[in-house]
Design a protein around this ligand. Sequence first.
Ligand SMILES: Nc1ncnc2c1ncn2[C@@H]1O[C@H](COP(=O)(O)OP(=O)(O)OP(=O)(O)O)[C@@H](O)[C@H]1O
Ligand SMILES: [Mg+2]
Length: 260
Amino acid sequence: MQTPRIAVANQKGGVGKTTIAINAAAALSGRGHDVLLVDLDPQGNATEHLGLMDTYDAPEPNLYSVLTDPDERAETPQLVESHAEMDVVPSNIDATAVEPELTMMRRSSEQLDAALDYVEAGYDAIVIDTPPTLGFLMDNALYAATNVLIPALAESTSKRAFELLFDHCQHLEDELQIQIEEVGVVINRIDVRKTQAQEMIDWIEDAFDDVPVWRLRERAAVQKALADHQSLLAYEPNSDQVPTLRTIGESLEAQLEVGT
Ligand SMILES: Nc1ncnc2c1ncn2[C@@H]1O[C@H](COP(=O)(O)OP(=O)(O)OP(=O)(O)O)[C@@H](O)[C@H]1O
Ligand SMILES: [Mg+2]
């Protein structure tokens, strides 16, 4: 059976994809699973947050070469770095050139899936952080995972972001003959003092009545943890947001049968 894979996606920028990817991966790892986090965003934020910036300008094989050259795919295991909470395939400065390269390739959305086949055997789950664009990298993440965890802010602009994301998923499902499952929505950076927040929380919970919807508050410790190269679970286990992160890990484990 294929190792369960989860793409953390929303083409809207700054909603918490990287934060949720790292913390969801850490939550699964905290439940005793071996987790691989793939930083598919050329910005390399997850790579930086996990303290792996020295690998960001690594020569080939790197994320660019394994995604754009089928002959390099078998080198994917060489990319794996270790972090105390998870293993990581870091992003790379060259990954900024992946998009134009993929436009010229056959099966342009299927390259990550093929590369992960070379590393997945060692893991119970693979979490993929995605860039804030509906481009080929995003398509590769969605095709490889077919499960999507969606972070979103409690702001009215999120409605349009969901619409665009779902239209895009529908298009990919038709074109690539796949089924993309929503495994949950994380309403992130909730600040109850903002008037729009409660209205949007209600709207999202209503719109997603058949998938789990979690609420994560705005907390300085979330950012401090990442600046310290770790998840909130490791950095501040007593944080009032940790139970939510643990629930996310537990739910992903149950939904995707992680570790069975
Ligand atoms: N719950 C939270 N509380 C406080 N700060 C948060 C929280 N979640 C995310 N942040 C901060 O918000 C900013 C954006 O988060 P993040 O980088 O995870 O978003 P993103 O969707 O990955 O962004 P991009 O679209 O650029 O990839 C970061 O500075 C992050 O530390
Ligand atoms: Mg990000």
